[in-house]
Design a binder for this molecule. Structure first.
Ligand SMILES: [Zn+2]
Length: 402
């Protein structure tokens, strides 16, 4: 999470030259125009254009910057709190120069135009450091670039409460993280914050004298004191192969970025069974769907019953803006929302659940048991967060019906 901060004057000077703004660009004085009607006013060079866009993205707490060629130029869009919005359009004459500049910065090849490429660089934007990951693709109107901005060097608050977990869910995660073996799963679609939750789990574990290895595709954030391995699926390295290699590195705790195939599922469960704590993520809609998904991947029910400790399912919802509570103000760029929180469900596998899992039968049995032990599903967690004033009913509906 990037803290809101002012854009330094040196950026502002260049910035005003190509964005017509109806008010100064300091927070507290943004207008609707800042968000909806930013007009390009002829940046002189690609360097100037890119510096301005990055300063703008950093100030708006954007996670991604899309530079997409259109018939008339380069459309710049930002993803902020999970939502894409239009930010600016750049004149066509700067298109190739801007893509070339981004390629040079990220170490991609400037002489290749018809193949996808990627790269990264460490940028200093308005006094903050970012790891920027760039992806280039040949599109219909020419090459595009998508940049992911990852804050570097600033430690985020890693507590589960800071991520938005309710006290009972945070306590369930902390209890499970005390175990020395077994499988802990975080489920949800892409962009639901699973990796961030897994990283918070690892941060908690890294306070103990343990050997911790992660297998990630890609490694986005540096975790101090943890061996992080970048798994390159593109180069034919699978999570399963990475996991087998990691086992020869004397680990206590292993995080496998994602279980997406039968082989990884089976190796992960075997690893969890042999005295390792394994953390991973899975693409399912709910916590309880994780069990049948793993069974479908060929994992034995009795192995699952004896290894799975906790299954979390989560989504990210936008938080109501503190400054205006949904009215819309400059601080939230007139969206009414600022920042994001998880809504979650956490299913701890107890003796009764273990029996239900090892028996052949529908998940509904396990679900009934979970309900008895006070399981709150994501919709219920969402309703409570509406009651607490964290978010809105509309936002919960939007996220849960997606
Ligand atoms: Zn506001």
């Amino acid at each position: 999470m990037i803290m809101a901060r002012m854009i330094p004057m040196e950026f502002l000077a260049g910035f005003h030259r190509f964005f017509i703004l109806s008010s100064p660009l300091f927070h507290g004085s943004f207008t609707r125009g800042w968000y909806h009607r930013i007009m390009p006013n002829d940046p002189a060079t690609a360097v100037e254009a890119i510096d301005g866009i990055l300063a703008y993205a950093s100030e708006a707490r954007a996670s991604d910057v899309h530079c997409d060629p259109t018939e008339n130029g380069l459309q710049i869009r930002l993803r902020i709190d999970g939502q894409i919005s239009e930010a600016a359009s750049m004149p066509g004459r700067l298109h190739e120069e801007m893509i070339a500049r981004l390629k040079i910065l990220s170490g991609a090849r400037t002489d290749l135009h018809s193949v996808p490429q990627d790269g990264r660089w460490l940028a200093s934007i308005g006094g903050s450091r970012f790891n920027i990951r760039a992806s280039f693709m040949p599109t219909y109107h020419g090459e595009n670039a998508v940049l992911r901005l990852l804050p570097a060097g600033t430690r985020r608050d890693e507590s589960f409460a800071a991520l938005g977990f309710a006290p009972d869910h945070a306590a369930a995660i902390e209890r499970s993280m005390k175990k020395t073996s077994g499988l802990i799963l975080v489920t949800g679609p892409t962009g639901s914050g699973k990796t961030t939750t897994l990283h918070s789990c690892l941060a908690l574990k890294s306070r103990e004298p343990l050997s911790i290895i992660t297998l990630e595709d890609p490694v986005e954030y540096e975790l101090p004191g943890i061996r992080q391995v970048h798994i390159r699926h593109a180069h034919g390295v699978t999570f399963a192969a990475g996991l087998r290699a990691a086992l020869r590195q004397d680990p206590d705790v292993i995080m496998v970025g994602e279980i997406r195939d039968a082989e990884t599922a089976q190796v992960a469960v075997q690893t969890a069974l042999t005295g390792h704590l394994v953390l991973s993520s899975l693409h399912t809609n709910s916590a309880l769907e994780a069990i049948p998904r793993l069974v479908d991947m060929g994992v034995d029910r009795y192995l699952l019953a004896s290894t799975v400790r906790l299954i979390i399912a989560q989504r990210l919802v936008r938080c109501l803006c503190h400054a205006c509570s949904s009215e819309g103000c400059a601080a939230c760029r007139f969206t009414g929302y600022s920042g994001r929180s998880v809504i979650a469900e956490a299913c701890e596998i107890d003796a009764g659940m273990r029996q239900a899992i090892s028996r052949d039968g529908p998940v509904s049995g396990a679900m009934g048991l979970a309900a008895e032990s006070g399981f709150r599903d994501m919709a219920e967690d969402g309703r409570e967060k509406v009651d607490w004033g964290v978010t809105t009913r509309a936002e919960i509906l939007r996220v849960l019906s997606a």
